[in-house]
Design a protein around this ligand. Structure first.
Ligand SMILES: CCCCCCCCCCCCC[C@H](O)CC(=O)SCCNC(=O)CCNC(=O)[C@H](O)C(C)(C)COP(=O)(O)OP(=O)(O)OC[C@H]1O[C@@H](n2cnc3c(N)ncnc32)[C@H](O)[C@@H]1OP(=O)(O)O
Length: 719
């Protein structure tokens, strides 16, 4: 709703009231319509100020309403009525003015913002475009290039940038409503014609066609199949080339296509999923809202390899004091130089001072005695990590949280080596740790809720998408990756090429296919893990045993490449060839194709034609199937947790919502049917055998994703 009050005698103050972000629900829209009418019809009112309750102007249209039958007054005529008013209407912007919130402000005649406010049109990230006139008014106000940038990226700008761009008329450090009321009084009675943005001609731009062509190409490249960024460009083009009324018609037409699209549903699901994972819960019943995090002011990082350096940078940039420990002097000095460089580059980009003095470097583990939390990031070796944990338990003050950045080892086992296993959790960062958004917070059966709450809160402060997951081999992300990669190897054996598999996955929307990714991260990483698991036999073994290990189908292709010294980009050879070490340009390698042919001949395999659909179904459904196992095992609390992990850390295209959402969109019965089909064709591949949870969901009528929990819970209640 919206509250109405008279201030300074002749100013009507309208306050949007819909906590927490004053989204424009039907009730709020009705409130605005009613209060604006009241203000305009009151002869004692000379000006109007619109603000938001609790320091937030407006977070835009109410996204929750999008899934329902939308009722209440529509936004466009409401904003139009404000713009057409014969009394000045001033937007007092505190906190956020986003999406429909900014569109409302653009309908006002003046905009006053607090210096800490953020403004933007982020609809593109929800699979939409600013369809309450934003795509038509913003280019008229700030010009086509700047509007294109804001609308196609959805980025939020500071009040200072908004002032520079001409979006707001004034920025204040003081009370925004007071400033807006004073401003409104000062402009009352002035002509409003020059203030109605919809009447502005779009500022002329030389080479308009070339500009749109360039932006369209850029957007197509980065959108990877997303349709909203393209529609955003088309809408701004309408603003630049058509009169306002026709431009508005085009905006509506484009919005109608986006609004009902699967991509918009997926992106809006992602928006809520990202927030839902913050409300974590553990099988013990411990939850986010009943578990108190401990304050963390000072942290330590043990081991300054690639991961440790990135974690140190991320902690320092969050404002924590950090003790960075590396026992070898040479490595310590190299790490110090590298960390300082990363901090300096990051600070330059963000226009702030580098946090160099927040870090103390030490060779001595005793230096961590008084920290609140330690993140161990030494080499992935269980004996070494156990030793470090024992040392930390002896050195740290009582109550210090001990976190491991392991990606493969058993967090419970490490915890059991300490006198206080309740203080141990995994904090699984992704490389480079100061850049990548994802953090898996791994709890074991003995991790205390307080420890999980502390790690989750620290992750949030570091700006990570933090997801609490149970302990198992590979946790959630890597556990699901295993069957995905395995299918890709099998497809090569059966006749595919790395190029074909990668192209199918990239067309689906991954930034890179599985083989390009493997070359980037290094083939030796998986080789080491497989060796540890006793799967690798030199020369790939021979005869039937070459392709069967531990009773199931196995492809030694990755091992054989490693034996040839082909570790990927770093050795200029992997699944592709590269001109120089670290080069990102993957070129097809005739050697690899001959190698595959020889391999197939040696093993009596006949190459068959494999199409993109089979690549997608086998790789993606095997991964999704493992996701159902993870839900069934209680390792992830819900499908949102899995989806946030995959979208934030594994390149799953956001506009497809995440693997579990994708399965829901494809139809669970279809996924089940295809898995059954492929399992029948490959009975020696257990990962293709449909998970019983998938079967139960299909048997329950394939409920929508937000109701899967009912089926998962049924299982738990039967145990
Ligand atoms: C046949 C077909 C016809 C088709 C025609 C259809 C016509 C429809 C007409 C529509 C007109 C379009 C209008 C407009 O252009 C569209 C929009 O405005 S879309 C919304 C754009 N806004 C945003 O994207 C902002 C989203 N919010 C945020 O970025 C952040 O929440 C924030 C505002 C920066 C605040 O951040 P925080 O303080 O960190 O808080 P949280 O993010 O945790 O949020 C708190 C809480 O609020 C919920 N929430 C936030 N924004 C909205 C919202 N816009 N609608 C609903 N709910 C919102 C959020 O989910 C949190 O709640 P929780 O999930 O934790 O319960």
């Amino acid at each position: 709703m919206a509250a109405y009050k008279r201030v300074s005698e002749s100013v009507a103050l309208i306050t949007l009231q819909n906590p927490p972000v004053n989204a424009l629900s039907a009730a709020v829209r009705q409130g605005i319509v009613d209060t604006v009418e009241r203000a305009l019809s009151d002869p004692n009112v000379t000006a109007v100020v619109i603000c938001g309750q609790n320091g937030v102007f407006c977070g835009g249209a109410d996204i929750k309403e999008f899934g329902s039958n939308m009722s209440g007054p529509p936004l466009i005529p409401m904003i139009h009525a404000i713009e057409s008013a014969n009394k000045p209407v001033v937007a007092a912007i505190e906190g956020s003015a986003l999406g429909g919130g900014l569109e409302l402000a653009l309908g006002c005649h003046y905009r006053i913002a607090h210096s800490k406010a953020r403004l933007g049109l982020p609809e593109v990230s929800l699979g939409l475009l600013p369809a309450a006139g934003g795509s038509q008014r913003l280019p008229r106000l700030i010009g086509v290039p700047a509007a294109l940038n804001l609308i196609t990226t959805g980025r939020h700008v500071t009040a200072a940038e908004a002032l520079q761009l001409g979006i707001v008329d004034q920025v204040t450090d003081h009370n925004t409503v007071d400033a807006a009321v004073k401003f409104a009084l000062s402009v009352a009675g002035r002509s409003l014609d020059p203030r109605r943005i919809s009447t502005y001609p779009c500022p002329q731009q030389p080479d308009l066609d070339a500009l749109f062509e360039e932006v369209m190409q850029k957007v197509r490249r980065s959108a990877r199949g997303a349709i909203a960024p393209i529609a955003c460009v088309q809408a701004v083009r309408a603003a630049a080339t058509l009169p306002y009324t026709q431009g508005m018609a085009r905006e509506q037409e484009l919005m109608a296509t986006l609004f009902t699209s699967g991509q918009a549903r997926a992106l809006q699901y992602c928006f809520f999923a990202q927030r839902a994972v913050g409300r974590w819960r553990m099988p013990s019943g411990a939850r986010w809202d009943t578990s108190k995090p401990r304050p963390v002011h000072k942290a330590a990082v043990i081991g300054l390899g690639t991961m440790g350096r990135g974690i140190t940078v991320a902690l320092a940039q969050t404002g924590l004091s950090v003790i960075a420990v590396e026992t070898q002097e040479k490595q310590l000095m190299e790490a110090k130089q590298a960390v300082s460089g990363m901090l300096e580059r990051g600070a330059k980009r963000r226009g702030v001072a580098p946090a160099l003095d927040r870090i103390i470097y030490s060779q001595n583990i005793q230096a961590v005695a008084d920290v609140d939390l330690v993140i161990e990031a030494v080499f992935e070796d269980v004996a070494l990590k156990t030793k470090v944990f024992k040392q930390l338990s002896a050195v740290c003050k009582p109550g210090t949280l001990l976190c491991t950045n392991t990606s493969a080892l058993d967090v419970d086992q490490l915890a059991s080596e300490t006198p206080n296993p309740e203080l141990v959790v995994g904090m699984h960062f992704f490389a480079p740790a100061h850049v990548m958004k994802l953090l898996e917070v791994v709890y074991g059966p003995r991790s205390s809720p307080e420890a999980v709450a502390t790690a989750m809160q620290l992750g949030k402060k570091m700006g990570k998408a933090s997801v609490a997951v149970g302990n198992c081999r590979g946790f959630v992300g890597n556990r699901m990756l295993k069957p995905y990669v395995e299918q890709a190897f099998f497809l090569l054996e059966e006749g595919a090429t790395p190029e074909l598999v990668d192209r199918a996955l990239e067309e689906f929307g991954f930034p890179m296919g599985v083989f390009t990714m493997s070359d980037l991260s290094g083939l030796d990483v998986g080789w080491r893990v497989r060796k540890g698991d006793g799967l690798v036999e030199p020369g790939g073994a021979s005869g039937r045993s070459a392709r069967v290990r531990q009773g199931r189908r196995y492809s030694p292709l990755g091992d054989l490449l490693c034996e040839h010294g082909r570790f990927g980009q770093k050795t200029c050879r992997g699944w592709y060839q590269y001109d120089k070490p670290g080069s990102r340009v993957a070129r097809s390698d005739p050697w690899l194709h001959s190698f595959l042919e020889a391999y197939r001949a040696e093993h009596g395999l006949v190459a068959r034609r494999i199409d993109h659909q089979e690549v997608l179904e086998r790789c993606l459904y095997a991964l999704i199937n493992e996701g159902f196992h993870i839900l069934d095992d209680g390792i992830a609390a819900g499908p949102e947790d899995i989806d946030v992990i995959y979208v934030s850390g594994y390149g799953w295209p956001r506009h497809r919502g995440g693997p579990m959402f994708y399965a829901n969109m494809v139809g669970l019965a279809k996924v089940l049917e295809r898995l059954e089909h492929y399992h029948q064709a490959h009975p020696d591949v257990p990962h293709l055998q449909p998970c019983s949870l998938l079967r139960r969901l299909v048997a329950s009528g394939s409920p929508p994703i937000h109701r899967w929990g009912e089926v998962i819970k049924k299982l738990h209640s039967q145990l």
